[in-house]
Design a protein around this ligand. Structure first.
Ligand code: TAP
Length: 480
C-alpha cells in the first residue's frame, strides 16, 4: 500500500508546502491499525496566511475568462488521471475502503467532476435578461463571491475535495479547504495536482488540522465570504451560528437516514440487491446509505431473507484484496459506536438477521448487518449509525409507508421500489428528501444535484445548481 509521505509539511498554501505549527497528530491505517505517518497541523496564523493567499489570488482568477478557467480545469483533470493509482492507494490507506471502490468509484468520480465543471464554467448564465420596464434592458451577471472556506468529512475525502473545490473555482472563487484531520492525504494530492497542472498559486489552498482549531478559524475568518460544509448535522448547526458572526453565506451538506421503500409489486430480487449495495456502500459510512427499509408485509419475509443471505455472502476484510466487497470503518471508536447502537437496539427488542458483530483481529471491521423487530421511534431507526446497518420494518398501506419514510429529522436521500409508475410518481413527490431514486439506490454522477431537506442541510453540491451557492446574481438595468 502507498508509502506516499508529505515530507515538506501538510499545509498547502499559495502553491507551496508549509509545516504547520499546531499540534502533531498520528495518521492510522484503519484496516491494519498501523501508523501511516505523523502529520503537522495548522495554527490559526497559518489559516490566516492561506486566506490571505486566496484573497490575493482571487483578484486575477476572477478576472480571467471562463474559457481560461475551463482550460486550467481540463489540465487538472489530466494531471489527476496521471496520478490515479497513487490517489486510489492513499484514499484506501487513509480510509480503509476497498481498493476496488477507490479505483472504480472515488478516483474516476472525482476526475469526472473536474471535467464536468471545466464544461460548466463556460455556461454560467443569467436567466432574466430582457426589456421589462419600458425604455430599459435588464441583464444578469453571475459573480463569484471571493474566498470560499470549506470544511469536509472523512468518508469520501477525495470526492469531497472535488465537490467543494470545483464549483467554487469554476465560478471564479478561490478556496481554502480543511479536510478531516483523519484523512488529509488525497485533498493535499489534489492541491498538488492543481499546482502541477498550472493553476495559479493561491487558487487552491489546503490547511490540515482539527475542526475545533483550524475549522473554526476558517469559518470565523472575516475575509472568507462563504463557508461550504459537509459533515454531521450537529457540527453543521454550530458552523451556521459561527458563520453568522461575520454574516457569511453558508452551504451545509449534513447527515442522512435514507428510507428504502419496497412496495408489494416491487422486483424483490432487484430490491434486495439494491438494499445490500445501498446499505453497505463505503461500509455504510455514506450520508445517502439505505438505513431504513420499509417493506410491504406481504413481501417482508421474502425480502429480508434474501437481504440476510446476500449480506452473509459479502467478503469483508483486507481492502487491498480485489475480492473484498467491504473494507474497514474509519476508526476503532467508530466501530464501537456502531456496535453499541446495534447492542442497544437488540436490548430494546430488535432481532439480528445477519451480522451484528465485529471481525476479530486488527483493523476496524464490522459485518454487514440486518435488523428486524425494531420500533419506529427507537434510536436505531431515528439516529444516524453511519455503519453497515440496515433496519427493516413492515407496512400495510402506501400512505403509511410514506409517513414512516418521512418520520425522521433528516431528508437527504430516499428510494422507492415499485413497477407501478403512479406509485413511483406519488412517492417521488411525497417523500421529503433532496433525492428520490426509483428502483435504484445510490447512483450519483456530476450532473445530479446533491443536497438535503430538513436537518440534512441546505444548498446543492455537484451539477449546474451548485453555482447558485457559489455566485451572487447581480441585476444590471440599462436605461435607453
Ligand atoms: P463531523 O464530525 O461533522 O466533521 C466534519 C468536518 O467538520 C471535519 O473536517 C471536522 O474536523 C470539522 N469540524 C468538527 N467540529 C468543528 C467545529 N466546531 N468547527 C469547524 N469545523 C469542525 O463529521 P464527520 O464525522 O467527519 O463525517 C460524518 C458525518 O458527515 C455524517 O453525519 C454524515 O452523514 C455527514 N456527511 C454528509 C454528507 C452530505 S453530502 N450530506 C456527505 C458526507 C458526510 P475534524 O474531524 O478534523 O476535527
Amino acid at each position: 500500500m502507498s508509502g506516499f509521505k508529505f515530507s515538506h509539511g501538510h499545509q498547502f498554501i499559495n502553491g507551496s508546502w508549509l509545516r504547520g505549527t499546531g499540534e502533531v497528530l498520528s495518521r492510522i491505517n484503519p484496516a491494519t491499525g498501523e501508523l501511516l505517518e505523523e502529520i503537522d497541523t495548522a495554527s490559526p496564523e497559518e489559516v490566516d496566511q492561506a486566506v490571505h493567499a486566496a484573497t490575493q489570488a482571487f483578484i486575477t482568477w476572477s478576472a480571467i475568462t471562463p474559457a481560461e478557467r475551463s482550460n486550467h480545469l481540463l489540465a487538472l483533470a489530466r494531471e489527476l488521471q496521471n496520478q490515479a493509482q497513487v490517489l486510489a492507494e492513499v484514499e484506501t490507506s487513509q480510509t480503509g475502503k476497498s481498493m476496488r471502490m477507490s479505483t472504480e468509484f472515488d478516483v474516476p468520480g472525482s476526475i469526472d467532476n473536474v471535467n464536468f465543471f471545466a464544461g460548466a464554467a463556460r455556461h454560467l448564465q443569467g436567466l432574466a435578461s430582457g426589456d421589462y420596464a419600458g425604455n430599459s434592458t435588464s441583464m444578469i451577471r453571475r459573480e463569484p463571491l471571493g474566498v470560499v472556506g470549506s470544511v469536509a468529512p472523512w468518508n469520501y475525502p477525495l470526492q469531497m475535495a472535488a465537490w467543494k473545490i470545483l464549483p467554487a473555482i469554476a465560478a471564479g472563487n478561490t478556496i481554502v479547504l480543511k479536510p478531516s484531520e483523519l484523512t488529509p492525504g488525497t485533498s493535499l494530492l489534489f492541491a498538488l495536482a492543481a499546482k502541477t497542472a498550472g493553476l495559479p498559486d493561491g487558487v487552491v489552498n489546503v490547511v490540515v488540522g482539527s475542526g475545533s482549531t483550524v475549522g473554526q478559524a476558517l469559518v470565523r475568518h472575516q475575509l472568507v465570504k462563504m463557508t461550504s460544509f459537509t459533515g454531521s448535522t450537529q457540527v453543521g448547526l454550530k458552523i451556521m451560528s459561527m458563520a453568522a458572526e461575520t454574516g457569511k453565506r453558508v452551504h451545509l451538506e449534513l447527515g442522512g437516514k435514507a428510507p428504502f421503500v419496497v412496495f408489494d409489486d416491487a422486483d424483490i430480487e432487484a430490491a434486495a440487491h439494491g438494499a445490500v449495495a445501498g446499505s453497505t456502500i463505503n461500509a455504510g459510512q455514506d450520508c445517502t446509505a439505505a438505513t431504513r427499509a420499509y417493506v410491504h408485509s406481504s413481501v417482508f419475509e421474502k425480502f429480508t431473507g434474501r437481504v440476510a443471505q446476500l449480506m452473509s455472502q459479502m467478503v469483508v476484510g483486507d481492502p487491498t484484496d480485489p475480492n473484498t466487497d467491504m473494507g474497514a470503518l474509519i476508526s476503532e471508536a467508530h466501530v464501537e459506536k456502531v456496535s453499541s447502537m446495534v447492542a442497544r437496539a437488540v436490548d430494546a427488542g430488535a432481532t439480528v438477521l445477519s451480522g451484528g458483530t465485529k471481525l476479530d483481529g486488527p483493523g476496524n471491521f464490522y459485518r454487514p448487518t440486518l435488523l428486524v423487530n425494531a420500533t419506529q421511534d427507537s434510536e436505531i431507526v431515528q439516529q444516524e449509525v453511519f455503519g453497515p446497518v440496515l433496519v427493516a420494518l413492515p407496512f400495510e398501506t402506501d400512505d403509511e409507508a410514506i409517513k414512516l419514510a418521512n418520520d425522521t429529522p433528516y431528508g437527504l436521500a430516499a428510494s422507492a421500489w415499485t413497477k407501478d409508475i403512479n406509485r413511483a410518481m406519488r412517492a417521488s413527490a411525497q417523500i421529503q428528501a433532496g433525492c428520490v431514486w426509483i428502483n435504484e439506490h445510490i447512483i450519483i454522477v456530476s450532473e445530479m444535484p446533491h443536497g438535503g431537506y430538513k436537518a440534512s442541510g441546505m444548498g446543492k453540491d455537484m451539477s449546474q445548481y451548485s453555482f447558485d451557492e457559489y455566485t451572487n446574481v447581480k441585476h444590471v438595468l440599462i436605461s435607453h
